[in-house]
Design a binder for this molecule. Structure first.
Ligand code: RIB
Ligand code: CA
Length: 312
């Protein structure tokens, strides 16, 4: 039985690969995409979500626009990483796929109320604004969520937008704090594990050589997306942050981590948005997240490559 998921996203090249991986994998059923402001403003993230679905020939998956700003702060975006459009690297045609009228937060609420309790997993791969807003507007849905599998945070790897914070958490720390305090089972894919998910030149060229349109698109996105990490870290390749969430859903055995307490800093002068991970369990605070720290890189890229090859 495929696992029903809602992907909450701010595309973003790595979001795009995550969405394609999900669409190509029978283990998951994508009920819808809810766009959130993050890498680029909401008008672009919802447009990009529709372009990605159209590229994959999946006009059946609905796209909803969610929140256009964090709960309590000004939006911080990441054009320096993802480019002006948020999906730089390849120019995709204007989508014919319509944007749904319903707000993304209402889609999350309605879906969780309509589906049997415990059967829908939320997969946030951008700032957590939509998720927190849904929980605020409809607290009754919180216990109906099966699991939250999110890309965000960092501990040993420290931050990528500030010295202390990872982007998704930093953009809306209040939302992240409310989600991590929800009591729901959270699977966290922080920079600690996603920085192990680095593309190789051979893998990117194998994508480029695929006899479909999605493979070359992944290669072009990676060509663009890797610049930031190469300049900043001197690393080779691009970190496929967001696809790690979908890969975990399909092959959790590829990942290693431990259940610990994670708190979100919402008041720090220098540490705003930091995920304070009690990895060594020194605080006695309740364990609220499965913090994944390592991945079998070869297994991960074999999985992603195999699935992208199945797409149009
Ligand atoms: O820090 C990485 C995260 O921020 C990824 O989700 C990327 O898409 C950006 O949203
Ligand atoms: Ca993202």
């Amino acid at each position: 039985m495929a696992r029903k998921i809602i992907i909450d996203t701010d595309p973003g090249q790595d979001d795009a690969v995550a969405i394609l991986l999900a669409l190509a994998s029978p283990e998951v059923e994508v009920l819808g995409l809810t766009a959130v402001a993050g890498n680029v403003p909401l008008p672009l993230t919802q447009l990009n979500a529709r372009k990605i679905l159209e590229l994959a020939g999946r006009g059946d998956v609905p796209v909803f626009a969610g929140c256009d700003a964090p709960l309590a702060r000004k939006l911080v975006t990441a054009e320096h990483v993802h480019g002006k459009t948020g999906l730089d690297g390849i120019t995709l045609p204007e989508p014919t796929l319509p944007l749904q009228d319903r707000h993304g937060v209402d889609f999350i609420i309605d879906t969780l109320r309509a589906e049997p309790a415990g059967t829908v997993t939320l997969v946030p791969i951008g700032p957590l604004t939509n998720i927190a807003e849904a929980f605020r507007r409809a607290p009754d849905i919180i216990n109906r969520v099966q699991e939250i599998v999110l890309m965000g945070g960092a501990y040993f790897e420290v931050g990528n937008i500030t010295p202390a914070a990872e982007f998704n958490i930093y953009v809306d720390p209040e939302a992240a704090a409310e989600v991590f305090a929800s009591g729901l089972p959270i699977v966290m894919l922080p920079l600690d594990v996603t920085h192990e998910a680095m593309t190789s030149a051979a893998w990117v060229e194998a994508m480029r050589a695929l006899p479909n349109r999605c493979g070359p698109a992944v290669a072009s996105w990676t060509d663009f997306f890797e610049r930031f990490d190469k300049e900043k870290y001197g690393s080779k390749g691009a970190p496929l942050h967001d696809p790690c969430t979908i890969a975990w859903l399909i092959r959790p055995d590829l990942f290693q981590g431990r259940r610990i307490n994670v708190e979100i800093e919402t008041a720090g002068t220098f540490t705003l948005g930091m995920t304070v991970a009690d990895y060594w369990r020194v605080t006695g605070r309740p364990e609220n997240a499965l913090f994944l720290r390592h991945v079998d890189r070869d297994g991960l890229f074999a999985l992603i490559g195999d699935r992208i090859a199945r797409l149009p």
